[in-house]
Design a protein around this ligand. Structure first.
Ligand code: HEM
Length: 415
C-alpha cells in the first residue's frame, strides 16, 4: 500500500517500452503496490489491481459497477471511459456497460441465440476461412500474419455468424481496421467507424426482422424469455458488442499466440509433433496457456465503485474507476507455478483471460474455436514458419484494454 506523501519509484506505465513488455512492471506492482492508483493516458485516474486473488475477487464484486454513470467524473469526464463513439451512436446499453438486473435479462436473451451449439456448427466455416486466407499468401514465402491472417479471420467469421452478407464484409474490415489502427490514439476516426457500423447494423436488423434467416442477428431478434424480447436498439447494441468484443481480442489471441510460439521453439515443436500425430489435446491446453501467458485483454473493461470498498487492503472511494489487470494477475507466482514460463501442457490453469463472474466472456467458445483452428492450420500447413525480423523490432499497439502486435512478419518455404 502506498503512502501518498512519499513518492515511490513506480516504473513508468503506458510507454512504448512498457507496451513491448509490461510484465516486469506488473511484477513490480504486484510486489510493491498491488492496488495502485495511476493517471491513465486519457487523463482519467484509476486503480490498477494486479494480484490474482484480488483481481478474481474484484471481477465478481457487485459493488463494482460496469455502468459509467457511477464514475465520479462522469459529468465532466464524458467520453473518456468506454468505447470511443458509443455514446453518440447510442450503443451504451450493451452487456459490458450494465449491471443486474438489466445485465441478467440481456445476457439470458443473447445466450438463447449465441449458443455453444451454434458455434460448434460453425467449425467447418472457420476452417474454410482459415484455409482461404493461408491460400492467399502461402506461395509468397513471406507474410505479415497480423494483416493477412489474424486480422481478417475474426472479422469475416463474426460477420458470417451475424449474417452480414459477404458483399458488405469488406466494409466491416475497413471499419474494424480503423478501430484497431487508432486504438488508444486519435478518437475521431474510431468514432466515425463506430457510427457507420451502428447505422449499418440498425438497417440490417430492420431487414432481418422482415426477412429472418438462420443467422445470429435473426436469432437475437427471435430470442425471447418469458415473453420478453430485445428491443431494436438493444439488438443493435448487442450485435455491435459481439463485433467489438469478438474482433480485436481474437486478432490478438492469434497474433500474440503465434508470437509466443515463435519465441518458444521447444513448445512450438511439441505442439507440431502432437498435431502431426493427430493429438489435439496439447492444442486445447496450449491455447488456454497462450491466453494466460500473453492474453489479448491486458486490462478488463472499466468498473466503478458504487460505494466505498476495500480491495487488497486498499480503500477505494465511491465513484473511483477500477481496472483489473488480467495480464498481471495471470502471471502471479502466488497462483501459477513458474508464471513467466510458457508451458502448453499446463494443467492447473484457471487464468482470467476471459474474465470471471457475470461478465465472463460470452464469446469464449467462438474464440477457442478460432484460436485452435488458426494456430493448428497454420502450423500444419507452414511447418517451417519463422520470424522475419529481430524480435526487438516488433511493435505493439499502445491501446489501454487490449494487448497486441501491429505486425508479425514471417518467412517460410513457399507452398
Ligand atoms: C467479455 C475476453 C473473444 C464477446 C469478455 C471479458 C473478457 C473477454 C476478459 C470480460 C470483460 C470484463 O469483465 O470487463 C475475450 C478474449 C477473447 C474474446 C480474450 C478472444 C480470445 C470474444 C468473442 C466474442 C466475445 C469472439 C463474441 C463474438 C464478449 C462479450 C462480453 C465479453 C459479449 C461481455 C459479456 C458480459 O458482459 O456479460 N471477453 N473475449 N468475446 N466477450 Fe470476450
Amino acid at each position: 500500500m502506498q503512502d501518498e506523501t512519499t513518492p515511490t519509484p513506480v516504473p513508468t506505465l503506458f510507454t512504448w517500452e512498457f507496451a513491448a513488455d509490461p510484465y516486469p512492471t506488473y511484477a513490480w506492482l504486484r510486489e510493491n503496490a498491488p492496488v495502485h492508483r495511476t493517471a491513465l493516458p486519457s487523463g482519467v485516474d484509476a486503480w490498477l489491481v494486479t494480484r490474482y486473488a484480488d483481481a478474481r475477487q474484484a471481477l465478481a464484486d457487485q459493488r463494482l459497477s460496469k455502468n459509467p454513470v457511477h464514475h465520479s467524473e462522469s459529468a465532466h469526464g464524458k467520453g473518456k471511459v468506454g468505447i470511443p463513439g458509443e455514446r453518440s451512436a447510442n450503443l451504451m446499453t450493451h452487456l459490458l456497460n450494465i449491471d443486474p438486473p438489466d445485465h441478467t435479462r440481456l445476457r439470458r436473451l443473447v445466450s438463447k441465440a449465441f449458443t455453444p451449439g451454434r458455434v460448434a456448427e460453425f467449425a467447418p466455416r472457420v476452417q474454410e476461412l482459415t484455409d482461404r486466407l493461408i491460400d492467399d499468401f502461402c506461395e509468397k514465402g513471406s507474410a505479415d500474419l497480423i494483416h493477412e491472417f489474424a486480422f481478417p479471420l475474426p472479422i469475416y467469421a463474426i460477420c458470417d455468424l451475424l449474417g452480414v452478407p459477404s458483399e458488405d464484409q469488406d466494409d466491416f474490415r475497413d471499419w474494424a481496421g480503423m478501430m484497431i489502427r487508432h486504438g488508444g490514439g486519435p478518437r475521431g476516426g474510431v468514432a466515425r467507424a463506430v457510427k457507420k457500423m451502428r447505422t449499418y447494423l440498425a438497417e440490417l436488423i430492420h431487414r432481418k426482422r422482415e426477412n429472418p434467416g438462420e443467422d445470429l442477428i435473426s436469432g437475437l431478434i427471435r430470442a425471447s424469455d418469458h415473453g420478453e424480447h430485445l428491443t431494436e436498439n438493444e439488438a443493435a447494441a448487442m450485435a455491435f458488442i459481439l463485433l467489438f468484443a469478438g474482433f480485436e481480442t481474437t486478432v490478438n489471441l492469434i497474433g500474440n499466440g503465434l508470437h509466443a510460439l515463435l519465441r518458444n521453439p521447444e513448445q512450438r515443436e511439441r505442439l507440431q509433433l502432437a498435431l502431426a500425430e493427430g493429438d489435439e489435446s496439447l492444442l486445447a491446453t496450449g491455447v488456454e496457456e497462450l491466453l494466460r501467458f500473453d492474453g489479448p485483454v491486458e486490462l478488463a473493461t472499466w468498473r466503478f465503485a458504487k460505494q466505498e470498498l476495500t480491495i487488497g487492503g486498499q480503500r477505494i472511494a465511491e465513484g473511483d474507476p477500477v481496472l483489473v489487470v488480467l495480464a498481471a494477475a495471470d502471471r502471479d507466482p502466488e497462483r501459477f507455478a513458474e508464471p513467466d514460463t510458457l508451458d502448453l501442457s499446463r494443467a492447473d490453469n484457471q487464468h482470467l483471460g476471459y474474465g470471471h463472474g457475470i461478465h465472463y466472456c460470452l464469446g469464449a467458445p467462438l474464440a477457442r474455436l478460432e484460436g485452435r483452428t488458426a494456430l493448428a492450420t497454420l502450423l500444419r500447413r507452414l511447418p517451417d514458419l519463422r520470424l522475419a525480423v529481430d524480435p526487438e523490432e516488433l511493435r505493439w499497439r499502445g491501446g489501454l484494454i487490449m494487448r497486441g502486435l501491429r505486425t508479425l512478419p514471417v518467412e517460410f518455404d513457399p507452398r
